[in-house]
Design a protein around this ligand. Sequence first.
Ligand SMILES: Nc1nc2c(c(=O)[nH]1)N[C@H]1C(S)=C(S)[C@@H](COP(=O)(O)OP(=O)(O)OC[C@H]3O[C@@H](n4cnc5c(=O)[nH]c(N)nc54)[C@H](O)[C@@H]3O)O[C@H]1N2
Ligand SMILES: Nc1nc2c(c(=O)[nH]1)N[C@H]1C(S)=C(S)[C@@H](COP(=O)(O)OP(=O)(O)OC[C@H]3O[C@@H](n4cnc5c(=O)[nH]c(N)nc54)[C@H](O)[C@@H]3O)O[C@H]1N2
Ligand code: SF4
Ligand SMILES: [Mo]
Length: 703
Amino acid sequence: MIEFRHSVCPHDCPDTCGLLVGVEDGRVVSVKGDPDHPFTRGAICVKVRHYPERVYSPLRVLHPLKRRGPKGKGEFQRVSWDEALDEIVDRYKHIISDLGAEAILPYSYAGTMGVVQFHAGHSFFNRLGASRLDRTICSAAAEAGFAVSMGAVPTTDIESTVDSDLIVIWGSNTLSTNMHAWPFFLEARRRGASIIVIDPYRNRTAAHADRHLRLRPGTDAALALGIMHLLIEEDLVDHEFVSEHTLGFDRLRERAREYPPAEVEKITGVTEAEIRKLARDYGDAAAPYIRVGWGPARQLRGGMAVRTIALLPALVGATNKKGGGITRSTSAAFAFNMRALLRDDLAPSGVRTINMVELGRALTELNDPPVKGLHVYQSNPAVVAPDSRRVIAGLERNDLFTVVHEHLLSETALYADVVLPAATSLESTDIYRSYGHYYLQMAKPVIVPLGEARSTLSIFQGLARRFSFTEDCFNRTEEEIIQEMFRTDSPYFKGLTFERVAEGRPVRLNVGEGIFPGSFGTPSGKVEFYSRTMDEQGLDPLPDGTPSVDEEGQGRFRLQLLTPPKHQFLNSSFNEIDYLRSRAGRPTVMIHPLDAVARGVKDKCLVRVYNDRGHCYLFARLTKDTSPGVTVVEGLYWPRFMPMNRGINQLTSQRLTDMGGSCAFHCNLVEVEPAVEPPIRPNAQAIIPKTLSSSFISSACLR
Ligand SMILES: Nc1nc2c(c(=O)[nH]1)N[C@H]1C(S)=C(S)[C@@H](COP(=O)(O)OP(=O)(O)OC[C@H]3O[C@@H](n4cnc5c(=O)[nH]c(N)nc54)[C@H](O)[C@@H]3O)O[C@H]1N2
Ligand SMILES: Nc1nc2c(c(=O)[nH]1)N[C@H]1C(S)=C(S)[C@@H](COP(=O)(O)OP(=O)(O)OC[C@H]3O[C@@H](n4cnc5c(=O)[nH]c(N)nc54)[C@H](O)[C@@H]3O)O[C@H]1N2
Ligand code: SF4
Ligand SMILES: [Mo]
């Protein structure tokens, strides 16, 4: 008999779905959506419908492993937990006595969004005195830019957008990356709203929108300033809101004057007529709403782009209008007491911090001390980090001792000295916040861990014991930690108790309708057109429409590369599922026919995409869904499923964004040429079970 148990999707996706997991004889047999979840309402994506194949994947790591062959080959032997943990402690103690604990670097991100497991290594590495990791790879620029304008505040509840009469989706492929927002937008449309997408290419979402404005990548701030110019010129401004809730309008007016529509057309590629129509629609709407995605922030001037977009709602008073406003993230409302989990007080003062975007540099250039121990968990840096060539060169170093906790024999795990089997979310306890809605949910294990898998918390506690760390944070259960996290006086937690959340059903935070209550999280408590903080940092205190450009590549490489998410994968996760990989198709670069013809590139043929940092091979798709000068590669395929085993991040740079120190994943210039000798080498096959042998790497060109 199948029994359905409640759980939560742990993946790094704004939707944080409620799940119903079918279990029969202790085995997961199906995963479906929980119809009682108020936001996700019983629907889940195609990826997680295939979850049993992930949990029982032939690539699942079931026992601790120790490297036997050369790094990268994935040749391991099984060892016991004691042997694995003793080895790690022994190697770390040697590193610490030789060079100090800063020679050890933790590297983790969002393999699970469960708050306990996500942070379960922090107290251990703080106590150890290891280098600290700045976790910037995803949202740091967007967060920093948004905060300058509006503060680090929770943003408009997507559920409220059913009352909007204008939905602007700005740099987000919502239908793939935030699919549960779509039904709310459709309801708004049914009531008369139109849906406008602002994106450099016609992604899945643009194809379903009423209008698509195709701007040049990196020109969002100019477009937003162009809209401001027109709102002010045509007096579509909400003067009451501006005088009560904003700072620096007069100076903004001066700045916006520099962005007349004809000028903005030249910068953005969006026609003057389209800009005028957008400004008028936005200014005339009763409740205009913006969903700002991460795309605009993944540019070198991405912080400024998001800061500028985030000023638009204030000009028209949108945050005071039911259905209107702007959504970036909802996460600021989940204001847990994190002290017991993080234990920042245990870190020695002055210990260095390494930006995770610069992993390649950290592993190959850093000295004083060099990184000698790398501890990877809940992340797959061999695939997801920029400048892969440097990252891999680092991972290949024989003098680097690498530990990887994983569910699967991931690309990064192939380089590990010790691989530790990690329990999945279905096998562990955690509490889940969301960055797309306002429901909190706790999940308990629905099955026992497979093989010898352990949760991240229990792995770090095992290491802490061996280091004789006695602080009580190293002895707590997940539930005790969660209980402690509820000791917060955040107004969003008013009336919420641990006991209620422990029942395992979604619980709404106490946000009421009070998002953007009129006081913003900036130093002045107002929306800051003018920011003194920026001024004090020597930055432009006003929004600035200078486009993002890849200056290093200019003149030599003429095609801008965007590398946004794939519908069937989640970052590098789900590559292992045959069905999803077959739906995703061969790794493809979208190129405009004009660019293709100029380079002798033919549809469906293998091409070499390159720049100074590296190269990889992809199948060309000639399409007018993208514009001349812009190429698009959706999805992070594991290199073992790419021709010649080279992933897309061969081409991306470690350069940091203007704010937040994030990665400009969509701001890299490349060139494309036909691949002369189709260099198909489906190697690493030895470690891919037969079921995973991929059809697309065996045929070079489908003519
Ligand atoms: N199916 C699926 N869902 C996912 C993920 C996944 O990999 N797959 N990843 C998850 C994660 S970790 C995240 S952070 C989110 C990200 O979700 P999104 O915000 O949707 O992803 P982005 O990479 O930011 O790309 C969004 C869009 O921005 C566009 N873009 C690129 N440059 C610019 C620009 O300069 N201006 C504008 N206006 N648009 C630009 C891209 O073309 C793309 O269509 O999705 C999450 N959900
Ligand atoms: N070119 C390019 N690169 C990108 C992006 C892009 O748009 N373009 N997007 C970037 C973004 S937005 C992000 S957020 C990052 C994401 O980068 P990551 O956070 O590294 O995300 P994933 O690729 O999903 O890899 C997570 C890994 O953690 C493992 N894992 C899952 N749960 C657990 C667990 O409980 N314990 C342990 N030990 N392991 C677990 C999974 O098996 C998987 O291998 O990638 C970035 N990289
Ligand atoms: S990946 Fe996103 S859409 Fe899919 S089940 Fe998880 S939270 Fe829901
Ligand atoms: Mo992300």
